[in-house]
Design a protein around this ligand. Structure first.
Ligand code: MN
Length: 217
């Protein structure tokens, strides 16, 4: 797969920086992708350059298996790889004008768990008002809402992340100022539910299950 391992490159967004208007503005998207995400990519590449044994690990392996590493290295991997993974996941989970949920298995599960999309939005919004990222995940047998602080990612055994919203201030401050709730409402308008459905049925960020590396000693 292209760009699967070191050295990572900042692949272009699957849409233009101005494509999510009027819900998310062009300058925010440009800064977020070409500065914030680029920074995480540069830092991750630097870290992997210094630790060549990790250069064959995919992004998902890095965020899912950092705890196997010595603590200081593991923390650095968690932060830098998490910053890359979480941002890519966020950007891939949006589309101009949004892509509707449809009536497939994910829609059925949202009805079953949250009583429909309105109920889901309420719960997601509540979570997104708290810390850095809110996530919709599939965990074992059902949908769950999770939050993560810092650049932590819910990439764990038995968990499939489906959607995330970045609620760090740089994700919305230029347009929404300090009104995070308004930004969350706008994000609801640009969700790529097709991506979420693919992640549910196939696993992985882009709908392909990653291999898990042998445990290193
Ligand atoms: Mn961000």
């Amino acid at each position: 797969m292209k760009n699967r391992c070191y050295p990572f490159i900042n692949t272009p967004l699957p849409y233009g920086y101005n494509a999510l208007k009027p819900f998310i503005d062009e300058k925010t998207m440009w800064l977020h992708h070409s500065r914030h995400l680029q920074n995480y990519i540069d830092n991750l590449n630097k870290l992997l350059k210094e630790n060549p044994e990790l250069q064959s690990w995919s992004l998902e392996e890095l965020v899912g298996c950092y705890s196997w590493l010595p603590r200081t290295l593991g923390t650095a991997v968690r932060n830098q790889a998490g910053g890359v993974y979480n941002h890519r996941f966020f950007f891939e989970g949006m589309a101009p004008g949004g892509i509707s949920l449809g009536d497939g298995v994910l829609a059925q599960e949202i009805n079953r768990t949250f009583g429909g999309t309105e109920g889901w939005k309420e719960r997601m919004k509540e979570a997104a008002m708290s810390v850095g990222y809110a996530w919709l995940v599939w965990e074992k047998n059902g949908l769950e809402i999770r939050t993560t602080a810092n650049q932590d990612s819910p990439v764990e055994p038995d968990v499939r992340p489906l959607l995330n919203i970045d609620v760090w201030e740089h994700a919305y401050y230029l347009k929404h100022y300090n009104v995070r709730a308004a930004y969350i409402e706008d994000w609801f308008q640009v969700i790529n539910w097709h991506a979420a459905q693919r992640r549910l049925t196939c696993g992985g960020m882009m709908g392909c299950t990653p291999k898990i590396p042998e445990r290193i000693s």
